[in-house]
Design a protein around this ligand. Structure first.
Ligand SMILES: Nc1ncnc2c1ncn2[C@@H]1O[C@H](COP(=O)(O)OP(=O)(O)OP(=O)(O)O)[C@@H](O)[C@H]1O
Ligand SMILES: [Mg+2]
Length: 250
């Protein structure tokens, strides 16, 4: 089967800073891949390469088998249309209702043929994340957990085939981290989306990841399922897990 996302020996440097030095990865359709690594290891750079916001110096990035570098303009638009980006709840439009927040990307991207179709899609999506009763409310009146779910609903409304999440639990307390985990589980279960999740929360990583990878010194030094990853003998993985547990007092 053609991978949803493929990186082939990708290199990326900024001046002397050689951030990625040969990253290869294939994410299967419907798979949730968790990208781990220390701050500055290049996780966001990998997401930006997949989004097409950055171009590799060498190597290839393919979406559903199409190389982003050689795709024609029209094809590129279609490939970008596969993508959903999950933004943190800080990026919500506070002057728009919950309903309008979810409808906005649908209208902007002309994804549905009629106002009626948009209405139905928004209602369906709000139901998915448990916000049906809050449709006409402004985000400012929502609890933190509901805002978190709304941020996901906005990404889910377009029914992305590929969902990219850059550290959605960053800076959140345990309760909100749980809300993120639940919203991600909904996306995985109900949308069947391929998910690339960058996270600094190991519980989130182990709970949701079909496979986990550690980015270290410009390479993916380990890629494995949760159990095998936890048991990895790779020194960088052992150090990463050890430091995380220590930092979180476990
Ligand atoms: N547009 C850019 N121009 C120059 N340097 C960049 C650019 N984008 C990223 N970098 C550098 O690439 C390296 C990796 O950055 P990146 O943002 O991918 O790290 P990260 O793993 O996402 O870290 P964090 O966990 O803190 O978000 C850093 O040294 C960063 O300074
Ligand atoms: Mg980052």
């Amino acid at each position: 089967m053609t991978p949803a996302i493929e990186l082939r020996d990708v290199h990326k440097a900024f001046g002397d800073n050689r951030v990625l030095q040969g990253v290869s990865l294939a994410v299967a359709p419907g798979e949730t891949f968790v990208l781990l690594g220390r701050s500055g290891s290049g996780k966001t750079v990998v997401l930006k390469l997949i989004e097409g916001l950055l171009q590799p110096d060498a190597g290839q990035v393919l979406l559903e088998g199409h190389d982003l570098a050689t795709a024609k303009a029209k094809e590129l638009l279609e490939l970008r249309g596969l993508l959903g980006i999950q933004f943190q709840s800080g990026a919500l439009f506070d002057s728009m209702t919950v309903f309008e927040n979810v409808a906005f990307p649908l209208r902007e991207r002309h994804l549905l043929p009629s106002a009626k179709a948009i209405d139905a899609r928004v209602r369906e999506t709000l139901e998915l994340v448990g916000l049906t009763d809050a449709a006409e409310v402004l985000p400012g009146a929502l609890s933190g957990g509901m805002r978190t779910r709304l941020a996901f609903a906005r990404a889910y409304g377009v029914r992305p085939r590929i969902l990219l999440c850059d550290d959605p639990t960053a800076g959140l307390d345990p309760l909100l981290t749980e809300a993120v985990d639940e919203a991600l589980a909904v996306g995985k279960r109900s949308l069947g989306a391929t998910i690339v999740l960058v996270t600094n929360s190991l519980p989130t990583a182990f709970q949701l990841g079909d496979r986990l990878g550690l980015l270290h010194d410009g390479r993916l030094v380990e890629v494995a399922g949760p159990l095998a990853f936890r048991a990895s003998e790779h020194p960088a993985v052992k150090a990463f897990l050890h430091d995380w547990l220590e930092r979180h007092g476990v």
